[in-house]
Design a protein around this ligand. Sequence first.
Ligand code: SAM
Length: 249
Amino acid sequence: MIDLARFFVSEDQLRLGVVEISGDDAHHIAKVLRLQAGDVVECVDPQGLVHVVRLEKVGTVVQGQVEETREGLQESPLHLVLFQGLPKGDKMDYVVQKAVELGAAEIVPFTSRYTVVKLGAKQEENRKKRWERIALEAAKQCGRTRLPQVGEVYSFAELVARVGETVSEDHVVLAAYEAERSAGIAQISGTPRAVSVIVGPEGGFAPEEMAQLQQAGASVITLGPRILRTETAGLVALSILGYRWGDLG
Ligand code: SAM
């Protein structure tokens, strides 16, 4: 099947079977992909429905007619959230891209005691925009039909509070701890509909931080006998979770 170019559209871009695309996506269609009237693209709406659209007008505003609509099949049945300790350099770009491919619905960076990176408000805002762009491109590339969210940078206290609000029968929260030697994902019982996994920065977690996460309801897990880089650990966890309760493997 030819891979059709895919665009995420809002409700108001899709009216009565007609799609209207402007801005960067219209530029991409007209100038980069050089598509013309008669060509076909896919548009995904906020409900995750995939619309096959035949282009009728290509320019700074692109218009097309919906020819077919179908359910998207590329969303994991498991709602996955990755809380990633803010890593150094541009590792977060990589983590966002891979987490989207692995089906994460939300990626939330956080700072903690051993986080090296300190971002000012403006830097945080710019990084968040950058990560959202990376998430959008990765979602288009891998065929997602729900746009993964990139959260604001949480403080550790905000992370602990979010864990307390999240934990339930249906939503398991896992804290990957490099000092944990026995409990792994295999020991988690039941079939959760959602899993959040927390991964520390390069410097790892202080024992007190792990205790706070546990108190809030997180389950501490090991990801195996070797110390994984921070940018590896989240992806290993998402892969195992996707295999166990999601749609991988
Ligand atoms: N500074 C820590 C040390 O030297 O022991 C290493 C931290 S590791 C680079 C970054 C994060 O990845 C950890 O905080 C943890 O969340 C996760 N991680 C890495 N290896 C892990 C393992 N074998 N089991 C559980 N989590 C692991």
